[in-house]
Design a binder for this molecule. Structure first.
Ligand SMILES: [Zn+2]
Ligand SMILES: [Zn+2]
Length: 193
């Protein structure tokens, strides 16, 4: 058993459906075998709105997180409704600083299927969990993977995301396990998927 508690924090920014947070938290604990806690909501990040693009700048939100410390948590994932961008992309489903502490997941583009029809909420939450696990992978220093059947494969659109599995390929899984062992976040006896 891991001696560490409250390892990963999941924090809503503004109003986010509680079920989305719970599904994300359950996937983090189920697939990565880490302790997770849902944190009280932070304000809607109006400060990050880009008025020309009418989207929210992921880098500015991540920077704001840096000043908030979250000292009881090793990794923190912010979940929000608005559309996110980083300057080189039209939009992103999520964003994380490679090897860092903070990541973001946006629900904005997860509600539409590739054909434009609306998705059932169960699928929206599953996609959100997938994005969260992918970003958490970056926080543990996993890079994008060429293997299509791997959670760390890059997803540019919703079709990519749906075709990406929620699990890691053997290579990434070994890398992550090694990383968590080295950080002392899991013990070698712990089961890991
Ligand atoms: Zn990525
Ligand atoms: Zn992989």
């Amino acid at each position: 058993m891991s001696s560490k508690k409250r390892l990963v924090g999941v924090v809503p920014l503004g109003e986010v459906p509680e079920i989305a947070l719970k599904v994300i938290a359950a996937h983090i604990s189920g697939y990565f075998n880490l302790s997770v806690q849902i944190l009280p909501p932070l304000e809607h990040p109006e400060y990050a709105l880009d008025e020309r693009r009418f989207q929210y700048n992921a880098g500015i939100i991540l920077k704001a997180f840096e000043s908030m410390r979250f000292k009881d948590y090793d990794k923190v994932i912010g979940v929000l409704n608005p559309d996110l961008f980083i300057p080189i992309f039209t939009h992103v489903f999520g964003e994380a600083k490679q090897g860092g502490k903070f990541a973001l997941v946006s629900l904005f583009r997860l509600g539409k299927n590739p054909d434009g029809s609306s998705s059932p909420s169960s699928l929206i939450f599953e996609r959100a969990a997938k994005v969260a696990l992918h970003e958490l992978g970056h926080l543990f220093n996993l890079l994008h993977c060429r293997e299509k059947r791997c959670l760390m494969h890059f997803s540019g659109d919703i079709q990519d995301l749906d075709e990406t599995p929620i699990y890691l390929c053997r290579y990434c899984s070994t890398f992550l396990k090694d990383r968590l062992l080295r950080l002392n976040l899991i013990s070698s006896k712990e089961r890991f998927r």
